[in-house]
Write a protein that binds this ligand. Sequence first.
Ligand code: SAH
Length: 215
Amino acid sequence: MRRNLTEEIAEEVRLTSQYLDKDALDPRVMQALDRVPRHELVPAPVRQQSYANHPLPIGFGQTISQPYVVAVMTDLLDIHEGDRVLEIGTGSGYQAAVIAELGATVYSIEVIPELAERAAANLSRLGYDTVHVREADGYFGWEEHAPYDAIIVTAVTSRIPPPLIRQLRRGGKMILPLGGQHSAQQLVLVAKDADDRISTRQILPVRFVPLTGGH
Ligand code: SAH
């Protein structure tokens, strides 16, 4: 079923190549998707649908992204062995596991305590020792391990949280959905150059749950 899913993702990438500017994702990303046991990370009521290419509810009003979107976001970050990656919105832990499969160390923040605990327990049971989960408001990032080679935000916000821009290293990349909770959202790739200048590129229309918290 997992192999089928990666084939479906490859097909959807071909169909959306005009957005992505390429016909295929990095083979390392496809291999990472092939290795993560998604059914071990999604909650029991939706486990049957673990390898369907659509979003899934994970409880607490939260939804995890369609695997195609996970694949595209991971690909755009161009992650390499030894990179330090910050994720905002651990959710099920699936996205974090995919990034860990690329050899990166992942610092992942989740604001809902039960989800943070469940993801941390599942990831550690599966042996993802390079994923560190913390319960906090991700808006503020995770200063202690900054700067990050890559930052991924998996909940939508209307503007890029300034603390996250500060915690991105020069030459680093950030991917996040920008827009309103009920209006159009776009996946945006942010790059920080050697002079701390920020550039952005719109990739795809998407649909994410909102970034909440007290900020
Ligand atoms: N990356 C996840 C999907 C996340 S869904 C996965 O692979 O499963 C979005 C998640 O962001 C939800 O779990 C939600 O609780 C969390 N979230 C929302 N606002 C947040 C915030 N301010 N800080 C941290 N996490 C937040």
